[in-house]
Design a binder for this molecule. Structure first.
Ligand code: ADP
Ligand code: MG
Length: 298
């Protein structure tokens, strides 16, 4: 993206969009992250992966987290999931401090984390069974498998499914624990472009029909602008909150909105934040000329 883009600000919201954000912020806070710090030992010193990160996610909000590689996105989501301790600060879910993993937070990772020796149904039943749901685990699992459109595959094993189908099972498995929030770390990052865009539309449908809040990590500008109510932009070294973007694109979303001024303005803003002009380091790589001077193609 460049200066040719109409510099309409993503802050320009229509009255309907403004009303949507006002209503969003009146909802209860599901997740509250307060002054979170995380350092890792590195050689004789430390690396600060997260520095004073604070934000709130409202009930049924869809929030994306975006930022350059190494800015602490995965560290953040692992702390929220309880898989990693913070160095300081706290995480509250429905007002209660989080410590350790729990069924109130569902995780979906980029790499397929299904149990390969279990069928689709057994994978989805795993959580409800662990929660002590005996005979109701199976009908409940079926309900989630139906929701992700994989009823015909309930007895298949993960290796018999495509990448997109595996991620649909992973979503069903996470939802089967009835989490308050779904934490997704680049869940569609390994899929081809077409499957990825199908999965995005699919996830929006699921989100719309359930009482679920979603925190979704991505490094894809289109994905962030298409899915989010708000986008949390992080910057690197140390990982800090750069900006919280309210996406002015109306809902329900469709891929045809990718060319609307609101969508482009949002993407342009994220691009400015995560790829500042000075960061185009490839421009400075000396490349020897291998054609005759004057024989120019542009
Ligand atoms: P992202 O997901 O945004 O690419 P990460 O959260 O994976 O970033 O990493 C943030 C920073 O923390 C990086 O500098 C990374 O090297 C460092 N880091 C992450 N996990 C560890 C770890 N277990 N030990 C040491 N350093 C780590
Ligand atoms: Mg990561």
């Amino acid at each position: 993206m460049n200066a040719l883009v109409d510099p309409l600000s993503y802050r320009e919201q229509s009255p309907a969009v403004r009303a949507r954000f006002e209503a969003l912020k009146e909802r209860p806070v599901v997740l509250s992250v307060e002054n979170l710090y995380k350092t890792f030992p590195c050689g004789s010193g430390v690396v600060t992966a997260l520095k004073d990160v604070s934000f709130q996610v409202y009930r049924r909000e869809f929030m994306c987290v975006i930022g350059p590689s190494g800015c602490g996105k995965s560290t953040l989501i692992r702390i929220l999931a309880g898989l990693e301790d913070s160095s300081s600060g706290q995480v509250l879910l429905d007002g209660k401090p989080v410590s350790g993993p729990g069924p109130d937070r569902g995780m979906v990772f980029q790499s397929y984390t299904l149990f390969p020796w279990l069928t689709v149904k057994q994978n989805v039943m795993f959580g409800p069974r662990m929660a002590g749901k005996g005979s109701s685990a199976e009908p409940e699992a079926r309900q989630w498998i139906d929701l992700v459109g994989l009823s015909r595959f309930e007895n298949s094993y993960p290796h018999q499914l495509s990448g997109g189908m595996k991620q649909r099972v992973a979503i069903a498995r996470a939802l089967a624990n009835r989490p308050r929030i779904l934490l997704m770390d680049e869940p569609f990052g390994a899929l081809d472009a077409q499957t990825r865009s199908q999965m995005q539309s699919y996830l929006l449908q699921i989100w719309r029909n359930l009482d679920i809040t979603i925190l979704f990590i991505t490094h894809d500008l289109d994905e962030a602008a298409y899915l989010s109510d708000r986008i949390l932009v992080l910057k690197a070294n140390p990982g800090e909150v750069d900006e919280m973007i309210e996406v002015p694109v109306p809902r329900p979303r469709t891929p045809s909105q990718f060319v609307t001024p609101e969508f482009i303005a949002t993407k342009y803003r994220i691009d400015q934040l995560i790829h500042p002009e000075a960061a185009h380091e490839t421009d400075s790589i000396p490349f020897p000329r291998m054609t005759v001077a004057g024989d120019d193609v542009e």
